[in-house]
Design a protein around this ligand. Structure first.
Ligand SMILES: Nc1nc2c(c(=O)[nH]1)N[C@H]1C(S)=C(S)[C@@H](COP(=O)(O)OP(=O)(O)OC[C@H]3O[C@@H](n4cnc5c(N)ncnc54)[C@H](O)[C@@H]3O)O[C@H]1N2
Ligand code: MOO
Ligand SMILES: [Mg+2]
Length: 623
């Protein structure tokens, strides 16, 4: 075996000066550390692994492999690490890799060995070609272990250059096509930018759009950015079956049994052998036993025999069909007759596993559990189910003019209604809510509220202050706390929207800064926040748009999406029809309350003629 002849050495002995004198290998990366990533890629390629390190020896020791500091003192560079490794190497070859190149090729050892052997060399190093220039990577090298002496005398003479001892040995270069695999990470910025566990930035997500104008953003682009940016919360919990109602299933549920477990009767009647049925003559059968649901019979029906059977009773041996009792004549206690053509073979038999087969997926991960699902799970005997942990959503209203219920309504003030509509919408989604009340138009208060929310919630919903008014501090503070962007969306109502992620105290939360107007807040919630929150909960539940006939003409300009409050009912022909209700001003909550749906008039749509079909979103049944 080739692997058996090679030992691996992770070079982690540097000072990491370019990263601010930190130990590079131990820097967090991709959910662990850079060294852990390199080790993971190196291990399968070699017989054994060791680490060359000069600081934090305990931390490196925690990887469970030998840790060797340089024999040559004074941070003499990677060559000192190579020397240390060669002297301790117990196999014919030593392969070195640096601790700051986490993407190293999976076939590094095999290809260097092939190159070394083909050239009958003592050392093989990796090279790549970038823009026609040959780029050597001398720290990715495979060396014959018996060259330790030569290297030691070079070091002892004060030599430090990686290639300084090449004249004394035979060196082979091995060309690798994938230059990116040798990328090394030198600065904190590179560390962040290349970290596979790094959450995307809004700028990354936005760059996927062909055209992006934050001041004229189409609804569907805003929805796409939000969808691509939010990430599901990973935590799950096990709950008792009833407690799972409305929760999001965290794993597929595989049926442990057939449902039903046996072939059984769908009718109260007589179980018989289909082959006994006569096409054109009356059939007379002898009743040999009775089968009740839950009490099977051991009797076996022979030719001309049947069993009385109840709905749900297990089909007796030999029988494959059931005739309902109202279709037969009972001649005596144990004799029935039936007319020809009353049933066909196989009728009224429910097959084992016709509901669910053992081993098949009964429910898929990501499903929001409804009453039917509870029943289905119960039919499998499942007592507990894994669900996503509830999403924690903090929300508050902003504005000096807002008063809470119970406070006197001072001049120029309004009662805070947004906190109640948001409460209702979040409750229906099944979130754990943190109601943070009203926050004054004061930068310090606003910042404190956002920081508090960020540290305690997965998502934050605010209302007000995202437009351009003089007291709208929200924008500046949100932008300061994280990666937040402000949009003017091509829609009515709900034009301004803030969206992003803020961070504080090592925690982060997705932020939806909804506009203050009471109808705009609801429309923005339903058409932007709802799907994103569901996605964070691990569920995909696109808005269920239906079609209805518009009773009257609706004026509409193409080029923006309009959400009009509507009342859906049934027309004279029984088909659904919708009429627009009340004033459509974005502060008029009464018409929102009167409505039972929203009429959605899309970007490209112009005015609607009476009788034309339009999309509607029903409020009832909407999570
Ligand atoms: N010059 C411009 N002015 C406005 C624009 C614009 O583009 N240029 N956009 C308008 C649109 S559209 C909307 S929507 C609002 C959004 O404004 P804000 O998000 O900054 O919200 P506020 O100014 O704080 O409040 C607007 C309105 O809503 C009432 N409100 C706010 N919060 C509540 C609450 N919790 N309960 C009840 N009512 C609330 C508030 O009193 C205001 O009347 O901006 C337009 N202006
Ligand atoms: O569009 Mo604003 O959002 O009019 O209320
Ligand atoms: Mg404002």
């Amino acid at each position: 075996m080739q692997i058996e002849s090679i030992s691996g050495l992770l070079l982690a002995g540097g000072r990491g000066t370019r990263m601010g004198s930190v130990d590079k290998g131990l820097q967090p990366f991709g959910g662990s550390t850079m060294a852990a990533h390199v080790l993971e890629r190196l291990r399968p390629q070699v017989a054994n692994v060791a680490i060359n390190a000069n600081q934090n020896l305990d931390a490196y020791g925690a990887f469970g492999v030998p840790v060797w500091p340089d024999d040559t003192p004074g941070f003499a560079g990677p060559l000192a690490g190579l020397e240390t490794g060669l002297r301790r190497c117990t196999t014919p070859y030593l392969l070195t890799v640096p601790c700051d190149s986490p993407f190293l090729p999976a076939d590094l050892a095999a290809r260097l060995l092939a190159g070394l052997q083909a050239a009958d060399a003592d050392l093989a190093l990796a090279v790549t070609e970038e823009n026609g220039l040959r780029q050597p990577h001398p720290v990715f090298c495979l060396v014959k272990a018996d060259k330790a002496e030569i290297l030691s005398s070079y070091l002892a003479a004060g030599g430090r250059r990686m290639d300084g001892w090449y004249p004394q040995i035979k060196v082979a270069e091995v060309l690798f096509e994938d230059a990116a695999a040798f990328r090394n990470i030198n600065t904190r910025d590179e560390l962040q930018a290349l970290d596979p566990a790094r959450p995307p930035r809004l700028a990354d997500v936005v760059s996927c759009l062909s055209a992006y104008d934050p001041d004229a953003l189409p609804v569907r682009d805003a929805q796409k950015i939000i969808r691509d940016f939010v990430a599901p919360v990973r935590a799950t919990e096990q709950v008792a079956l009833r407690a799972a109602l409305g929760r999001v299933l965290a794993a597929d549920i595989v049926s442990p049994i057939n449902v039903p477990a046996h072939d059984n009767s769908a009718m109260d009647g007589y179980a018989l052998r289909g082959e006994d049925l006569l096409p054109d003559a009356e059939l007379r059968l002898r009743v040999i036993d009775t089968v009740y649901a839950g009490r099977a019979s051991s009797a076996v029906a022979g030719k001309g025999e049947c069993l009385r059977i109840m709905t749900g009773g297990v089909m007796p041996a030999g029988c494959d069909s059931v005739v309902p009792q109202e279709f037969v004549k009972v001649l005596a206690d144990d004799v029935i007759v039936m007319a020809p053509g009353t049933i066909r073979p196989g009728d009224n038999r429910r097959l084992a596993g016709e509901d669910l087969k053992a081993g098949s997926a009964a429910l898929m991960k990501g499903k929001i559990i409804r009453p039917a699902d509870l029943g289905l799970l119960a039919s499998l005997g499942v007592a507990e189910v894994p669900v996503q942990r509830r999403l924690r959503v903090a929300f508050f209203s902003t504005g000096d003019e807002l008063r809470s219920i119970g406070q006197p309504l001072d001049e120029g003030c309004v009662y805070d209604s947004n906190r109640y509509t948001i409460y209702g919408m979040l409750q229906r989604l099944g979130c754990d809510i943190i109601d943070m009340g009203v926050v004054r138009d004061d930068p310090a208060a606003l910042e404190a509220a956002l920081v508090d929310a960020c540290e305690n919630a997965d998502a934050i919903i605010t209302s007000g202050g995202v437009s351009v008014g003089a007291a709208d501090y929200t924008r500046q503070i949100m932008a300061r706390l994280g990666d937040v962007t402000f949009w003017k969306i091509g829609m009515r109502p709900g034009r301004p929207l803030a969206f992003g992620r803020i961070a504080s105290g090592g925690k982060s939360a997705f932020l939806f800064g909804l506009p203050g107007n009471p109808v705009a807040v609801m429309v923005s919630f339903y058409f932007f926040a709802r799907e994103a929150l569901l996605r964070m909960m691990g569920a995909e539940a696109p808005l269920p748009l239906l079609k209805a006939r518009s009773v009257a003409a609706i004026r509409k300009k193409p080029g923006r999406t309009e959400y009009q409050r509507g009342v859906l009912s049934h027309g004279a022909d029984g088909m659904p029809e919708v009429r627009i209700t009340g004033s459509q001003g974005s502060g008029i909550l009464r018409s929102m309350s009167e409505a039972n749906c929203m009429v959605v008039l899309h970007d490209e749509q112009g005015s609607v003629q009476a009788g034309e079909m339009v999309d509607v979103l029903m409020f009832e049944g909407l999570v």
